[in-house]
Design a protein around this ligand. Structure first.
Ligand code: SF4
Ligand code: SF4
Length: 184
């Protein structure tokens, strides 16, 4: 791990070539796991606002789950997107021809994307602990199929990393990435 400004960063993030390619990974990150995507409190309010808009696109099971329990969960201090029972898919995941896509993908509210920021930056996990940001790489099995694509991870996720960390921190990551990649 490297410390860059106020960030603790997995070094691989700065060197790996990676861009999500649903044709290869089949969007499995929306299906894997026993908890939904981490949300901010503000994002739960956004989901409440738009859930009726996307509900007709969702599977009958997801629609029932949302009807029954809403689109997100909380343990009192953390918030997560809802998943189907039995560690099933995220309620917003829609399957077509074996590929899982996000029903929130192209929806905006007040000119801002509705898709949670933690989903937009995945497979990066970015969170704050004390004074430091942690920028971790968490590749699921299918993500490995998208490595070595010729585009750096920092480039492919640029706008969402900037949305999460700000432009100054992004530029610090990119500068360190350039140095490491030049060194080989
Ligand atoms: S909100 Fe969308 S991107 Fe995030 S886990 Fe659910 S379906 Fe996937
Ligand atoms: S995070 Fe991984 S599984 Fe999800 S879309 Fe990207 S490459 Fe595919």
């Amino acid at each position: 791990m490297l410390i860059i400004q106020d960030m603790i960063v997995d070094e691989e993030i700065l060197t790996v070539e990676f861009a999500c390619d649903l044709a290869k990974c089949r969007g499995r990150c929306c299906v894997i796991g026993n908890v939904g995507p981490p949300l901010t409190r503000a994002e739960t309010r956004v989901l409440d606002q738009i859930v009726n808009l996307v509900r007709p696109q969702l599977s009958p099971e997801s629609q029932r789950q949302i009807e029954h329990m809403g689109p997100w969960r909380s343990n009192g201090y953390e918030y997560y997107g809802a998943i189907l029972p039995g560690d099933g898919p995220c309620v917003f995941a829609v399957e077509t021809g074996g590929i899982w896509m996000c029903a929130l993908q192209n929806i905006h509210l007040d000119h801002r994307p509705v898709k949670p920021l933690s989903c937009r930056t995945f497979p990066l996990w970015i969170y704050r602990s004390g004074a430091m940001y942690h920028v971790r790489l968490h590749l699921y099995g299918p993500c490995h199929l998208c490595i070595g694509c010729g585009t750096s991870l920092l480039d492919s996720l640029k706008s969402d990393i900037v949305a999460c960390l700000g432009d100054k921190r992004y530029r610090a990551l990119a500068a360190q990435s350039g140095r490491l990649r030049k060194r080989g």
